[in-house]
Structure formats: C-alpha cells, structure tokens
Design a protein around this ligand. Structure first.
Ligand code: C2E
Ligand code: MG
Ligand code: MG
Length: 619
C-alpha cells in the first residue's frame, strides 16, 4: 500500500493539473469541485480556495471556442469521457493552449459519481493557426454559424436552470420545509463537524434539545394548521434568540435543537435556555383562540471532559427527559449522575421484559377485616417481583417503569393467572376467604381480553373485587373503560374506587361509575386519632358514600386506635399493617388457619358506644 503522504506528493509534483468534482447523479454537467492539486492552481490561475465549491464551468474561459464549449457540455451531460485541445483562459484572462481530459469515476460504497479533470498547459501555440492544427474532435464534427450559437445558448440556459435546480434540491435536502430551519439530516452532519472541531481544535459547544410540552394537545384540539403555525412561531422565536454562529434545527415533530459554541461563556447557554423557556410560556394565538404550550430543554456540553462526544445529542436528550420528569416547562443540564440513573432505568426496563417472560411477578395478599366482626372479609392482591438476585421487590421499585415501557398490562395479567392458583390453594386448605380484590391499571381495563380472562378464570365473579385508581377512572373514562366497567358490573364483579381523596373525584363522577366500594386513602387515616378535621372529613366521605349505597374501606390501619376511630366513624372494612402486612399466599393461608379468620378479636368489644362518641366529635 502506497502511503497517503507519498500519493499527495506525487499529485503535487506531476505536471498535470488535476481536479475532482462531485457530480449530480442525474446530470454530469452539474458538479462541484471538491479537490485539486497544486499544478491545477498553477495552470488555471485559480487558488484551491477559489476553485473548490465552484462549478466545473469556471474552467470554460471566454476565449474557448463555442463549438468546443458545446462539445464539453454535451459530453459532461451524457457522462462520456472526452478530451479537448483548445485555446482557453486562465483565471486572469490570459490565454494559453491546453489539453483538457475528463474521465468519470464511481464510488463503489456510496454510489457517488465524480469527474476527474486533467489539464495540461501546452504552451502558447497560437502561432501557425493552432486552432487548425489542434482542432478538437469536437470542432471537427459540429456545424458552425448561428445554429451552433443558438444551440450553445440554449444549452447554457438549460445548464444554468439545472444548476439552480440542483442548488435548490441541495437546499431542500438540508432544510425543514415547514420552518426553514436546518433539518435532522443537516443537523447530524453538523454535529459530526462540531465534534471533529472539538477533537482537533478544542472548540467546545453545547447542544440544546428542545421539546414542546403540549404539542399533541394543540394539534388535537385546534387542528393541524394551528399545530403547524405553532411550529413556525417556535422557529421564529428560536431564530430571534440565536445568532448566525448558532445552528438551529427542527429534528421532526415538535423537537428542535440548537448547537452553540462555548467560545462566549456557559452563561450564554443557560441564558439562552432560560429565554426560550420564558418566551414559550406566553400564550399563543391561532384563529383568535389562545392556547399555551410550554417547552422543556435538555442541555449537554461537549468539552475536553466529555467521555464520549459522539453521544452528546443522546446526553442532551437524557437531560430533556429529566427536565420533563421534573415537571416540564423548564430546562436541565446533563450530569453524570443523570446518566447513571438513565442507564439504571434502561437496565430496569430490559430486566422487566425478561421478568415478564419468566413470569417473575407474584401476588402477595393483605387481609381486609370486617369492622363489626373482626373477621377477614377479603384480601387485596398486591404484586411483588420475585427478583432472581434482589429478592422480593415492592411495586414502588418497578410499577412506574413497567407502565412507562408499556408492560403493566402483562404484569396485571400474570398476577391474575397466579391469583387463580393461590385461590385454589386457599380453598383446598378450607380457609375462610370470602373475597379477593385485584388492582388493575388503566391499560388492563382497556385490554379487550380482560373480561374474557375473568370469565374464564374459574373465580366466581361475586367473589372478585376490581380496584380502580381514582386518577385512572377520572382521566381515561373512554368508551372502552366505560364498557369494561359496565360489563364487570353485569357479570357480578364488585368495583372499588381505590385511594379515594388523592385524585379529584367529584360526586357526579361517583354517580356515573357507582363503585360499590370506596377505599379512603391512608393519608386521611394515619393522623385521624388526634386530628378532628380529618375525622370530620372521613365522616363526611362515609356519609356521602353511604348515601350512594357504597361500603367504605379505611386503608392504612396501623394501630388499634386507628381501627377503633374509623370503625366508630362508620367505615365498614379495615385494612392495614395492624392486621397484617402484605404476605405470600402461604403466609396468608397459615395466618387464616391459625386465627380461624378472626383477625381483630376485640372488634366486638368496641362498638356502638365508640361509634356515638366519634360521630358526635366529628359532627
Ligand atoms: P394500593 O392498591 O392502595 O395498595 C395499598 C398499599 O398500601 C400497598 O402498598 C400496601 O402494602 C400499603 N399498605 C397497606 N397497609 C398499610 C399500612 O398500614 N401502612 C402503610 N404505610 N402502608 C400500607 P404496595 O403493596 O406497595 O402497593 C402499592 C400500590 O401499587 C398499590 O396501592 C396499587 O396501587 C399498586 N399495585 C399493587 N399491586 C398491583 C397490581 O397487581 N397491579 C397494579 N396495576 N397495581 C398494583
Ligand atoms: Mg388497591
Ligand atoms: Mg389504595
């Protein structure tokens, strides 16, 4: 292999002027000079700086015979290799006799087509009618006179038109059609250039990754035209807040990005992020309607300490994710800690997929006690992840991630399958467990197989309660959810509204769904012994629920005092650590066998007198 440096020296020492031009695949006459050697600059008079980036037609001087000119353009347009010998001009206008050859090359990897142009200075041969002596192949077979001139003229016009077209195609290829900003393709090319400059010249820069927070909402409520207008407005704001040295791009959809050099200061970056966030808080008007669409930004700095500059855009994207998670309408700087967290999140996500395949989710059970009798009335099924190395994990460790990666529905399904087996175990052991409750996600409620799974489970529907989160039921009360809830009611499954009081359930919402059971969130129960306001609140929830024919569960009963107070306030069922923490099916079976289902033996010793005492306080 000949070293590149030697090849360079050869190309500069040979007597031929050589140039390479990248041509349009459709038309060989449309090209851009990309490289030339030193003799080329000597022969033509153009310095490399002047020539590169130009069309090959700068090599056609004013004194080049029209016939030859025509011949060159035709050959180039048709991708034919050729050679001419003719009088031509150097850049400054000086004429000389040259041999010019053109051969085309194809890059096998990219398919790009190139011209290799070689020019040899044959000296001043004008004496003795050089035109006659060295008449090019071209001139020998073209007619002369006005027909040639007009043909040349029209070809030149055509060539100019094609060149313009090629320029606009190149511009289109780099530009986002809607906003006129750079597009993703151009952005990616630029990022590579900026990374190279960082490596070679130490030029540091920042990437700002920008995402609108409510774009889908604007599109859905005001229509696509308004959505487009909003994107154009955002592009205008970004243009206004940046300067020529910045690169502003629309990456697609409602995502934008900015590359800014750090030559000024880090403050210029945070200031820019602040300004964008601020400006986007302002309402946006469309067709006389006003709406708002805040924006979130992730910022990553590429400098000497950046471990993997090639990933700089991904880092900015991670920071964006962080800004969104922190409540949107804000910006965050990328940090290593954030990166570690995001790797952990990704690992968790992939572990969760594996856990689904391996069916590592199991049901735990927590008993619910009848406030009057102290006997077990039901058990709530609570998922646990039997992790192969970390042991039994509670939902807080994985449910959000499962929801984010879209597998919560499968988790619920696996738990339900295992619940069937557990119930069979309880029944075989002949322990008293009148009911079981399961928690379902919104996704599972919308899963068309849900009702079928329940029907075919073999669990008697009247022994089953479905717990729905107040937020699910309020946000996603789409037709499918409504249909599912009606269907559940029809087949005799009980509906419970979970964590009541933490969302924004309205009484009319309650009337619409008519759950049979309200579960009061444990945040109301925990302070209840000493907090009269909470007692009043619980008392009124109980009042409303009962007037609608519902039964009331108090969650989070941790002490006997809790149990006494809420029983007195009229709650029907009690659930909490006081009676038992969530436990495995085996442990629940053992507990129920040992106690014969009586989990609060002193229930009956409290009763009417307490009930009156607390009702009086609360009223
Ligand atoms: P939840 O349905 O409100 O379940 C009650 C949560 O309160 C359980 O937490 C339980 O361990 C906890 N808890 C019960 N008594 C007490 C108490 O006296 N004191 C305190 N401090 N906490 C108590 P867990 O098991 O961590 O479950 C958390 C949440 O995860 C559940 O809240 C439910 O919303 C969700 N979840 C659990 N299992 C499933 C499932 O299989 N599918 C779905 N989609 N969600 C589930
Ligand atoms: Mg629940
Ligand atoms: Mg709850």
């Amino acid at each position: 292999m000949v070293p590149a440096e030697i090849l360079n020296q050869i190309s500069d020492r040979c007597t031929e002027g050589l140039a390479l031009a990248l041509a349009s695949p459709d038309d060989g006459a449309i090209m851009e000079l990309k490289w030339c050697n030193k003799p080329f600059t000597k022969v033509t008079g153009y310095s490399a700086n002047e020539a590169l980036g130009q069309r090959g037609t700068i090599l056609i001087g004013a004194d080049l015979e029209h016939g030859v000119h025509l011949f060159i353009i035709e050959k180039l347009m048709n991708w034919e290799n050729f050679q001419t010998e003719a009088v031509n001009n150097r850049k400054g206008g000086e004429t000389y006799f040259q041999r010019m050859s053109w051969s085309h090359l194809t890059d096998p990897t990219t398919g790009d087509r190139w011209w290799l142009c070689s020019i040899i200075d044959l000296g001043d041969r004008r004496q003795g009618s050089p035109r006659e002596q060295h008449k090019s192949e071209a001139v020998s077979h073209v007619e002369d006179g006005t027909s040639i001139l007009s043909k040349v003229h029209s070809l030149e016009l055509e060539n100019a038109r094609l060149h313009k077209l090629a320029q606009s195609v190149a511009k289109d290829a780099n530009e986002d059609a809607l906003t006129g900003l750079s597009n993703r393709r151009h952005f990616e090319v630029e990022v590579k250039t900026w990374i190279n400059r960082l490596k070679e010249e130490g030029r540091e820069f920042a990437v700002l990754y920008i995402d609108l927070d409510r774009f889908k909402f604007v599109n859905d409520t005001l229509g696509h035209e308004a959505g487009d207008n909003l994107l154009v407005t955002v592009a205008d704001i970004l243009r206004e807040l940046t300067d020529d040295a910045d690169l502003v791009a629309r990456l697609g959809g409602d995502e934008f990005a900015i590359l800014r050099s750090l030559s000024s200061s880090a403050l210029a970056i945070s200031g820019l992020a602040d300004d964008i966030v601020q400006r986007m808080q302002a309402p946006f008007f469309c067709d006389g309607k006003s709406t708002s669409c805040s924006t979130s930004i992730g910022v990553a700095i590429a400098n000497a300490n950046t471990k993997d500059p090639e990933r700089i855009v991904a880092y900015a994207d991670e920071a964006l994710y962080h800004a969104k998670a922190q409540g949107k309408g804000r910006w965050s700087f990328f940090t290593e800690q954030m990166h570690a967290q995001s790797i952990a999140t990704k690992r968790l996500a992939s572990d969760l997929f594996l856990a689904c395949e391996r069916q590592e989710f199991i049901p735990y059970f927590q008993p619910l006690v009848d406030a009057r009798t102290g006997e077990v009335a039901s058990a709530e099924t609570l998922v646990r992840w039997a992790h192969p190395t970390r042991g039994i994990l509670p939902p807080v460790e994985f449910l959000d991630s499962a929801e984010n990666v879209g597998i919560l529905k499968q988790v619920d399904k696996i738990v339900f399958e295992k619940l069937k087996l557990a119930i069979a175990v309880f029944d075989e052991a002949d322990v008293l467990l009148p009911r079981v409750a399961i928690n379902v996600s919104a996704a599972r409620l919308m899963d068309p197989t849900f009702i079928h799974d329940i029907r075919s489970s073999g669990i008697a529907p009247n022994r089953l309660t479905i717990e729905i989160l107040e937020s699910v039921y309020l946000d996603r009360l789409g037709d499918l959810v409504r249909w599912t809830i009606d269907e559940l009611d029809e087949i005799g499954v009980t509906i419970a509204l979970d964590d009541f009081g933490t969302g924004h359930a309205s009484v009319s919402g309650l009337l619409e769904i008519k759950p049979s059971i309200l579960k009061i969130d444990r945040s109301f129960i925990q302070p209840i012994v000493d907090d009269v306001t909470k007692q009043r609140l619980v008392s009124s929830i109980v009042g409303i629920g009962k007037s609608l024919g519902m039964r009331i569960v108090a969650e989070g009963i941790e002490t006997e005092d809790h149990a006494r107070v809420v029983s007195a306030l009229g709650c029907d069922y009690l659930q909490g650590y006081f009676f038992g923490r969530p436990m495995s099916a085996e442990d629940l079976k053992a507990l129920l066998c040992a106690t014969d289902g009586l989990l609060w033996p002193r229930a009956r010793s409290y009763g009417a007198s307490q009930e009156e005492e607390y009702s009086e306080k609360a009223s």
